[in-house]
Write a protein that binds this ligand. Sequence first.
Ligand code: 5GP
Length: 127
Amino acid sequence: MQKNQNVYDKENIFAKILRGEIPCTKVYEDEFSLAFNDINPQSQIHILVIPKGEYISFDDFSGKASSKEIISFFKSISEVAKQVGVDRSGYRIISNHGLDSHQEVPHFHVHILGGNPLGSLLVKGGK
Ligand code: 5GP
């Protein structure tokens, strides 16, 4: 994440995807959420689910989004998992928040990873 981390950056890459300014491979869309394939997949299935509202991170979303948006967003994640079949084989959801997590794109997103065995949760990167 760059720039002022407390102010939503309307030029972030996912904001551009939401505005249709750059393409994505869409997997799912509803009133509050959009899901698309990650451009650099880390597993056979690697999908990003993002809210349509302007939220920087999980922290921002959980603090500012309406209950309706939050409920709908989390239901959309399980809907996407069902749609691509990983609800049966298993999957991992990850959301990076802020610097230590290496969040790159400052628009809240959840990664859905699956389609093959994923190994252990974390690769040790620090102490
Ligand atoms: P983060 O590190 O912020 O949790 O994850 C950002 C993710 O966005 C990365 O997995 C990266 O591959 C993905 N990504 C970055 N730019 C693009 C893009 O232009 N299109 C798509 N589909 N994914 C992107």
